[in-house]
Design a protein around this ligand. Structure first.
Ligand code: ZN
Length: 125
């Protein structure tokens, strides 16, 4: 008797211990996923009502590798990031600077979620 398992998830999250799977997934790609890309920090500075609030995130707080060739997942946005074609690790950083990602990050800033009348600017470095 054959038992067939159907998985509803389209991808599986990989971790540092899945080395074999990692090299299978990204085999033949110009830019292969490197975990140290996710160790980079990003500082987000938000100005609300003339008060500046800064928070530093490590990319690995949001970004992980999944078993799709050339793609990483942002768990905050639930979106896939392509790093294989051009930017490599820079693509992950680019994603974190995107408007879409920032919208998802807003609730992480107390000042924003508790302010009714805000003028806001945003800087990354
Ligand atoms: Zn994101």
């Amino acid at each position: 008797m054959n038992i067939q398992l159907n998985f509803v998830t389209e991808y599986r999250i990989l971790s540092k211990v899945d080395e074999t799977r990692m090299s299978e997934v990204d085999r033949g790609l110009k830019n292969k996923f490197i975990w140290s890309w996710t160790e980079k920090e990003i500082t987000v500075s938000v100005v609300v009502n003339n008060n500046t609030s800064e928070r530093t995130f490590i990319l690995s707080e949001f970004i992980t590798k999944v078993d799709i060739p050339g793609k990483a997942l942002c768990t905050l946005c639930q979106s896939l990031i392509t790093y294989s074609s051009k930017g490599g690790g820079g693509s992950l950083m680019e994603h974190c600077k995107s408007k879409k990602h920032f919208e998802k990050m807003k609730p992480l800033f107390w000042e924003i979620s508790h302010s009714h009348n805000l003028s806001m600017s945003l800087t990354f470095w």
